[in-house]
Design a binder for this molecule. Structure first.
Ligand SMILES: C[S@@+](CC[C@H](N)C(=O)[O-])C[C@H]1O[C@@H](n2cnc3c(N)ncnc32)[C@H](O)[C@@H]1O
Length: 274
């Protein structure tokens, strides 16, 4: 006899297939444990007694799917998140980037842009921003719009400033934003070097050759197959000896691409294409 949990898993599979067919978003290789948890939250939020009921609404109401993206993806981010990562970039990666006449960086899964603006500030302070191009991609279009705007609630700035200093910031974070109403608006000049695009690590391919990929706290929500697919894309996109930065809870262990990268700063999860 099937248990309720088994039926839930059948409904989940059907829902993911339905979303792929209807909206071309592929969540089939996301971590099941996290999907289960988040779909239960969505059922509660939309007052649906079963996942099939939720599926009915998602398939028939496109606006509902837009709202569901917030349940399929996790949008938590911070400027200079894990300051040691940004410090290691300054100390170990920047000196090598200096040897390139032009630099392309891909921030995959950029969410609302905190990581992108942080990298731009770091590159500016290291005299590299002018010759850099940052491609910032995500599947969440709402997050991309926020990323492009570069406006963050003022109450988040204390945390961002603390991270910036710990990351080896050379000035004061306030040099890069203007406080207006309840928001900090980051300097538009930094944005000249950004290109934002809707791109999925699950379905899309490589769009440019790059010198560095920063993909942090994204693959943690994927199963092993999708992690491998993503790492394959990064390997293909990176120039020889190009850099790959991952989140603190992510690694290349057990990946079929593990041998294609060398560790540059293992504690900070920074690797170099072999
Ligand atoms: C937790 S945020 C990470 C933000 C930032 N990288 C950081 O470390 O602070 C995860 C982001 O991955 C994005 N994402 C999820 N699935 C994706 C996919 N298949 N392709 C690209 N981005 C994806 C989500 O929309 C979300 O913005």
């Amino acid at each position: 006899m099937l248990l309720d949990d088994d039926i839930f898993d059948i409904e989940l599979k059907l829902l993911l297939e339905g979303i792929l067919l209807r909206y071309q978003h592929d969540f089939r290789d996301y971590s099941v444990a996290s999907l289960r948890r988040r779909m239960r939250q969505a059922m509660e939020r939309f007052g649906c007694a079963s996942l099939s009921q939720l599926q009915d609404r998602i398939l028939h109401e496109p606006a509902m799917f837009a709202q569901m993206l917030q349940f399929f993806t996790v949008q938590v981010s911070e400027m200079f998140r894990d300051p040691a990562y940004f410090r290691a970039l300054r100390e170990k990666v920047v000196p090598i980037l200096h040897t390139y006449p032009s630099i392309k960086i891909w921030v995959a899964g950029c969410s609302s842009g905190e990581e992108v603006w942080s990298l731009a500030i770091l590159l500016e302070e290291e005299g590299l921003l002018e010759r850099s191009m940052i491609y910032a991609t995500d599947i969440n279009v709402e997050a991309l719009t926020a990323a492009e705007a570069g406006i963050y609630p003022i109450e988040r700035i204390a945390q961002f400033s603390e991270n910036y200093q710990l990351a080896g910031g050379k000035r004061s974070l306030s040099d890069y934003y203007t406080a207006a109403y309840k928001g900090a608006i980051f300097d538009r000049r930094l944005r000249r070097q950004f290109v934002f695009a809707d791109h999925s690590l699950a379905t899309d391919s490589v769009f440019s050759e790059v010198h560095m990929v920063s993909c942090r706290n994204v693959m943690i929500y994927f199963n092993k197959d999708l992690q491998d697919r993503s790492l394959g894309l990064f390997h293909e996109a990176l120039v020889n000896r190009g850099f790959l930065g991952l989140g603190m809870k992510e690694s290349l262990h057990f990946s079929r691409h593990a041998a294609s990268f060398n560790e540059l700063s293992p504690a900070e999860r920074i690797f170099q294409r072999a």
